[in-house]
Ligand binder design. Structure first.
Ligand code: ATP
Length: 233
C-alpha cells in the first residue's frame, strides 16, 4: 500500500511555474529520497504535498485520503509530519518548551519516549534553542515532528551544514524511525548518504522527475551520482 501518491503536480510562485507535473509515490514502510540540484524543486514539492504552497493542478493522496487542496493543519492532523529546511526551533524557548509546543497526536511518541531516543536532548532540556549546536537543533526539529506521531514524515535536508559524524547520527535516526513504522520522504543534497539508506530515489530537474528507480541501482551509477553530488563527491 502507498502512503503517498501524487500525480501531475503543477505549482507556481506567482507567475513562475516551478513544478511541471511531478508524480511520486511512497510505499508503507519505505524510505524514499528526493534528490536534485539547488533550485530543482525539492522543497517546493514538499511544500505542495503539505499544502503550504498548494498545487494549481494535480492530485495528492496521503494515508488513504484525497488530500488535494487540504490546508497544512489538516494534512498534519492526518499524520503527516514535516521537518522544514533550516531547523526552525524556537530560539528563546528551552528544549523542553520546544517539545511541549506541538499538538501531540496519540501514539507511541511522547516527550519521555523522544528523550529516550535522543538522550542528548534530555541533557540539554533546560538550554534555549539558540544555545544548541546545529546537530542538536536538527534532533530537536525531528523530535518535535515525532510528537505528532506521524505515519509519514517528510524531512527537508536534515544533514545540511552538519559535521560528518552528526550527519551519520541523523541518518541513523531516519533508519530508526522507519523501524518504528514511519514511512519517510527525504530531501537531500548529501546524495551518497541518502541513497545508502533509501529504498527508492527520485531525481528532480527543473521541476520534472528526471529519474526514478531503486536507490541501490542509482548508487551504482557513478556518473549520475557524481553529476548530482557535484564537487563535494
Ligand atoms: P534548494 O536545495 O536550493 O532548496 P530545491 O530543489 O529545494 O533547492 P526549491 O526551493 O523548491 O528548490 O526552488 C525551486 C525554484 O523555485 C527555484 O528556482 C527557486 O528560485 C524558486 N523559488 C523558491 N521559493 C520561491 C518563492 N517563495 N518565490 C519565488 N520563487 C521561488
Amino acid at each position: 500500500m502507498n502512503v503517498l501518491e501524487a500525480e501531475g503536480l503543477h505549482t507556481f510562485y506567482g507567475k513562475s511555474h516551478i513544478l511541471h507535473g511531478i508524480g511520486l509515490t511512497v510505499g508503507e514502510g519505505e524510505i524514499v529520497t528526493l534528490l536534485g540540484r539547488n533550485g530543482a524543486g525539492k522543497t517546493t514539492t514538499m511544500r505542495t504535498l503539505m499544502g503550504l504552497t498548494p498545487a494549481r493542478s494535480g492530485s495528492i493522496r496521503m494515508l488513504g485520503r484525497d488530500t488535494t487542496g487540504w490546508p497544512p493543519y489538516r494534512v498534519a492532523a492526518l499524520g503527516v509530519g514535516f521537518v522544514p529546511e533550516g531547523r526552525r526551533v524556537f530560539a528563546n524557548l528551552t528544549v523542553e518548551e520546544n517539545l511541549r509546543v506541538p499538538l501531540e497526536r496519540s501514539g507511541p511518541f511522547t516527550v519521555d519516549r523522544v528523550y529516550q531516543l535522543f538522550p542528548r536532548l534530555q541533557e540539554r532540556r533546560t538550554s534555549r534553542g539558540r544555545q544548541l549546536s546545529g546537530g542538536e537543533q536538527e534532533m530537536l526539529s525531528i523530535a518535535r515532528a515525532l510528537l505528532l506521531n506521524p505515519k509519514l514524515l517528510m524531512l527537508d535536508e536534515p544533514s545540511q551544514g552538519l559535521a560528518p559524524l552528526i550527519v551519520r547520527q541523523v541518518f541513523e535516526t531516519v533508519v530508526a524511525m522507519r523501524k518504528e513504522g514511519i514511512s519517510i520522504l527525504l530531501v537531500e543534497q548529501n546524495v551518497r548518504a541518502a541513497v545508502e539508506i533509501a529504498d527508492r530515489a527520485y531525481v528532480l530537474e527543473d521541476g520534472h522527475v528526471a529519474y526514478e528507480g531503486r536507490a541501490a541501482e542509482f548508487a551504482q551509477d557513478e556518473e549520475r551520482v557524481r553529476a548530482l553530488a557535484g564537487a563535494s563527491a
